[in-house]
Design a protein around this ligand. Structure first.
Ligand code: KIV
Length: 284
């Protein structure tokens, strides 16, 4: 594994101050984390999207803290130097500051995270404050927030209307004032993102489908490589179709086992003749 320096919140702010975009991807497992570390990704989000990409649910709501901790631990083992963000699952923080701090603390203590992320604007500012007051870096998530998809009326762009754009701007300010060190904007129009980024004083703004004028970009790993069979969001860029490659390989295996082309001698192990003769005698 390539050795690189640990990415800290300071590293991220330094990059932003030099106008170098920050790279961020989702990841949920050890081998993928290993590859992302090798590729030099700055940040990994173990998103509760794992409910869909890894566990096969239709949405993120059934995901538990236990699911999140288990996957985040695996990712940390694969990517020791990355800036690792644990995503607070549904109802792990909405009800009270106490829940929020306790569950954020679990991410830090049990999964060795560098920060946690939670969804929501002004209403969630007290949670961000409570978590950061406890000494835990907290990141916000505005725009399309999948845990509230029912209230938002589906997976759709947020902030296309002037009022809604102003609300997202106000939410971002409230989260920054509460102590958020980074805010993810998901599916927010590009010019709104640019204004929020320019208005951020002590907070990094990241874009997922929200245009180029943020401090960095996030993509969902499974969308990048054709690994999620149910849909591909329009904003995702496909960098390679690993899903197709894997499917071809699986079909090849089924065919070759059927036709007895697999296995070949290099795929099995042998026993020496004298040992085999002795073995047969032992059976007599
Ligand atoms: O769970 C997740 O992967 C997320 C992204 C959609 C930003 O929160």
């Amino acid at each position: 594994m390539t050795e690189r320096e640990k990415i800290t919140i300071r590293t991220l702010f330094n990059k932003a101050s030099k106008n170098e975009p920050i790279t961020w991807l989702t990841c949920y497992d050890y081998p993928t984390a290993y590859l992302q570390e090798e590729a030099g990704i700055d940040m990994i989000l173990v998103g509760d999207s794992l409910g869909m990409t890894m566990l096969g649910y239709d949405g993120t709501l059934p995901v538990t803290m236990e699911d999140m901790i288990r996957h985040t631990q695996a990712v940390r083992r694969g990517a020791p130097q990355v800036f690792l963000v644990g995503d607070m699952p549904y109802m792990s923080y909405q009800v009270s500051n106490e829940d929020a701090v306790r569950n954020a603390g679990r991410f830090m203590a049990e999964a060795d995270c560098d920060a946690i992320k939670l969804e929501g604007g002004i209403a969630m500012a007290p949670r961000i404050k409570a978590i950061t007051d406890a000494g835990i870096p907290a990141l916000g998530h505005l725009g399309l927030t999948p845990q509230s998809v029912a209230a938002l009326g589906g997976f759709r762009v947020q902030g296309r209307g002037a009022q809604q754009a102003k609300q997202i701007m106000d939410d971002a300010k409230a989260l920054e004032e509460a102590g958020a060190s980074l805010i993810l904007l998901e599916m927010v129009p590009d010019r709104v993102t640019k204004m929020i980024t320019e208005a951020a004083d002590d907070c990094l703004i990241m874009s997922l489908g929200s245009g180029p004028d943020a401090h960095g970009q996030l993509l969902i790993y499974h969308d990048m490589f054709g690994l999620y069979p149910k849909f591909k969001p329009r904003m995702a860029k496909v960098y390679g179709n690993a899903g197709e490659v894997i499917l071809e390989g699986l079909k090849g295996y089924v065919k070759e086992v059927g036709s007895k082309e697999f296995p070949q001698p290099e795929n099995w192990f042998t026993i020496k003749d004298d040992e085999f003769e002795d073995f047969k005698k032992l059976l007599d």
